[in-house]
Design a protein around this ligand. Structure first.
Ligand code: DGY
Length: 335
């Protein structure tokens, strides 16, 4: 009798995703949908061949060393800063993520968050709900324009480009960006985008959106010195990852009027949020939902499922997962 691979699904997922996994594997699920404490995660992964994870589970050397059978860890997220890829490579474990399927949805949300901060939507809505609206006045909740303003983007990958497209084509915004590498000139032209230094980006942007992946190199890419370069009328939107922004420094800058407003979907140490941010009116706070439409979350979960099935050598694309992070571990190793 053939032994079926066994996999752990670390959080609640859609029933049809589980059905697809059960066609190939013995599947252990987490129906409570609570993040496993680390020791429990390690214990449950022992003896598993694969795992379907989310950004909430840290998979590093300690976890991989305790799970020697593990061959594939499939993240339901495009970001994979929860994976220690050096440990994956060292142990020949394949990591996969879910790019592309969430690009437009995430860009929609980034743009909405930026608009909400610029036009003071959350702040004015809270004011209305508190029953404080007694009269109309000329300057009540006057914000900053989005159309025609300079859109700054830090990190010009797929999502950054999708935001630039919205700004350039929909709102007539000149776009400036900073990235590890420059875009092809034809893409820059189509996006009305100009490559600038990080300093110029901070100084010139009216609305700065962060879409840079988190890594030790991007830790606190926006801290007190960077915030000090921004225009007092500018907004900052973070849909990248907690840790890219120094949240305490941002709270101080917002309180001091160093910049007008911020929109944050991701936080250092989330789901905890720096209390200094919670107390400020000029910041829109959302709980890491930039990719959260049902259609997109389903697409992400199914892509992660495709990756796990193919990565563990099953299904029609056995051995060829669609979106591997480290495909190098798939090729036979030289002896
Ligand atoms: C992603 O896909 O990286 C989103 O942030 C959800 O974790």
């Amino acid at each position: 009798m053939t032994i079926r691979p066994s996999v752990l699904v670390t959080r609640a997922v859609f029933d049809d995703v589980l059905e697809r996994l059960r066609a190939h594997f013995d599947v252990e699920t987490n129906d409570r949908d609570e993040v496993y404490p680390r020791a429990e995660l390690i214990a449950r992964l022992a003896g598993k061949d694969g795992a379907l994870t989310t950004g909430s589970e840290r998979i590093d050397e300690e976890v991989l060393a305790a799970s020697p059978r593990l061959r594939v860890v499939s993240n339901i997220a495009v970001g994979y800063n929860n994976f220690d890829m050096a440990a994956f490579d060292k142990r020949g474990v394949l990591g996969t993520n879910t790019p592309d399927v969430l690009t437009e949805t995430t860009a929609d949300f980034g743009f909405a968050l930026m608009m909400s901060a610029a036009r003071r939507m959350a702040e004015s809505e809270h004011f209305l709900r508190r029953g404080e609206w007694t009269k109309w006045s000329l300057t009540m909740f006057a914000g900053t324009d989005v159309h025609g303003a300079t859109l700054g983007i830090l990190g010009m990958g797929r999502i950054g480009q999708a935001i630039a497209r919205r700004g350039a084509l929909g709102f007539g915004m000149p776009v400036i960006y900073h990235n590890r590498s420059r875009l092809d000139p034809s893409i820059e032209k189509a996006l009305n985008a100009r490559y600038v230094s990080k300093t110029e980006l901070l100084q010139q942007a009216d609305h700065l959106v962060l879409v840079v992946p988190y890594s030790p190199a991007s830790h606190h890419a926006i801290g007190a010195p960077e915030l000090g370069l921004m225009k007092p009328s500018a907004t900052l939107t973070n849909i990248a990852r907690g840790g890219v922004v120094d949240d305490a420094a941002l709270a101080r800058a917002l309180a001091a009027g160093q910049l007008a407003a911020a929109g944050l979907d991701v936080f250092e140490g989330e789901p905890s949020v720096n209390p200094a941010l919670l107390g400020l009116p000029n910041v829109v706070l959302t709980p890491h939902i930039a990719s959260a439409t049902l259609a997109t979350r389903r697409a992400m979960a199914h892509l992660a499922c495709d990756n796990l099935i193919a990565g563990l050598g099953c299904g029609p694309h056995a051995g060829q997962p669609p979106t591997p992070i480290n495909p190098r571990v798939l090729s036979p190793r030289p002896d």
